[in-house]
Write a protein that binds this ligand. Structure first.
Ligand code: PEP
Length: 248
């Protein structure tokens, strides 16, 4: 069975004090059995988060990495550096990276490869814009983004991936995909994975992201092909984030 994962994405927000407050809440709150929780903090907070969450089961992750392992790339951070500071997961291809930092499918693939090379678990983010949805291109876009990575990976690499379906029009907008809309895309992704291998399709965790909050999480997470959530804004509010974890 697929273990649910609730992953928070702090984006470029937070502070050392917030890391400490979350750690305290994780110690005081009983997490539901069988649910994994992870927080993608800004890279400078990874070490503090690893230490602060050490007594809890909450994992840490990063929000991006460079595709090279080292070199003259001023300002960038490599996968091995993230791993050294305790990251287990890394987001790749988040829509903000694709849009604001012009990461195309080739750049996303290179980053996935770099993450796998140092045993980080990549969470590949895919999703359509509003214009693409309105032009009935959702499946073509999303499955194209999945194929751009999965077609190239070795079977043993595909098994180490997670995918987050995040409709771009739902990220940070307060607009959430309905459970039916989200389930339909998740089912299409799983069907696409079946073309590689039935066991891969059955075992790969697919997360939903896009304005997930305490009020809508349970319904989304109850869908058969939604195995967890990638939570942006609500992951900065302790009570909201814990409530989402409880509904998984
Ligand atoms: C995200 O950043 O991945 C995200 C889903 O953000 P939000 O929950 O704020 O829409």
């Amino acid at each position: 069975m697929r273990t649910a994962l609730i992953a928070g994405n702090w984006k470029m927000n937070g502070s050392l004090a917030l890391v400490e407050r979350f750690a305290q809440a994780f110690v005081e709150t009983r997490m539901p059995a069988g649910v994994e929780v992870a927080l993608m903090v800004p890279s400078p907070y990874l070490d503090a988060a690893r230490q602060a969450f050490g007594g809890t089961l909450v994992a840490t992750g990063a929000q991006t990495l460079h595709s090279e392992s080292g070199g003259a790339f001023t300002g960038e951070v490599s996968g091995s550096m993230l791993a050294e500071f305790g990251a287990r997961y890394v987001l790749v291809g988040h829509s903000e990276r694709r849009t604001l930092f012009h990461e195309d499918d080739a750049a996303v693939l290179a980053r996935v490869k770099a993450a796998l090379a140092v045993d980080l678990v990549p969470i590949l983010c895919v999703g359509e814009s509003l214009t693409e949805r309105e032009a009935n291109r959702t499946e073509a876009i999303v499955l194209g983004q999945v194929a751009a990575v999965f077609d190239v990976l070795e079977p043993s690499e595909r098994e180490r991936m997670l995918i987050a379906y995040e409709p771009v029009w739902a990220i940070g907008t307060g607009k959430t995909a309905s459970p039916e809309q989200a389930q339909a895309v998740h089912a299409a992704i799983r069907a696409r994975l079946k073309e590689y291998d039935a066991a891969l399709a059955a075992g790969t965790r697919l997360l939903y992201g896009g304005s997930m909050k305490a009020a809508n999480a349970a319904e989304l997470l109850a869908q058969p092909d939604i195995d967890g959530g990638l939570v942006g804004g609500a992951s900065l509010q302790i009570d909201d984030f814990l409530a989402i974890c409880q509904s998984a």
